[in-house]
Design a protein around this ligand. Structure first.
Ligand SMILES: C[S@@+](CC[C@H](N)C(=O)[O-])C[C@H]1O[C@@H](n2cnc3c(N)ncnc32)[C@H](O)[C@@H]1O
Length: 149
């Protein structure tokens, strides 16, 4: 195992969890900045060529976990590993953002769903090789069908 260290922090317009869009069909269009610590800036070399990034981060304002619970987008309970709940055994978040531009160690992005000041664990280029017809969306697709009925 290893001790995680923040490589930077998210600057987000959201200061409270209630401000962040939730629910079926919620869209994350908010712009923010990923402020990477100066000692890690060389690691951003060549990142500009990617349109989207995976951001791994810490749910630093979440405490404890539930292995089974009801997400806000459904009235039925699901296992934590079948959801994106902030209350998980290892409080790690994963968000795909669009990279708008880089200014040194500051990455301007669109699509943040984190609170302002959230610690960033890692960044990776987003690459998806899974075609939409192969993708199954589990209980979320069922919840969407029920909501439309
Ligand atoms: C449903 S989670 C999904 C996060 C990420 N896209 C993922 O899949 O891991 C998003 C919610 O986490 C909560 N959240 C955001 N930043 C947080 C933080 N730093 N600490 C604790 N909870 C946070 C907010 O309530 C937000 O609506």
């Amino acid at each position: 195992m290893f001790s995680p260290h923040a490589i930077g922090f998210v600057r987000s317009p959201y200061t409270q969890t209630n401000d962040i869009p939730k629910g079926l069909g919620a869209r994350h269009e908010a712009e923010g900045v990923l402020e990477i610590l100066p000692e890690f800036e060389p690691g951003l070399t060549d990142i500009d060529g990617f349109s989207h990034l995976f951001v791994l981060w810490i749910f630093d304002r979440s405490q404890g976990f539930d292995l089974f619970g009801k997400p806000p987008i459904d009235d039925r309970p699901h296992g934590v590993f079948a959801t994106r709940s902030p209350r998980r055994p290892n409080p790690i978040g994963l968000t795909v953002v669009e990279l708008l531009r880089r200014e040194g160690s500051r990455l301007h992005v669109r699509g943040v769903d984190m609170l302002d000041g959230t610690p960033i664990l890692d960044l990776k280029p987003y690459l998806s090789s899974i075609s939409p017809d192969k993708l199954r969306r589990g209980w979320i697709a069922e919840a969407e069908t029920r909501a439309k009925a």
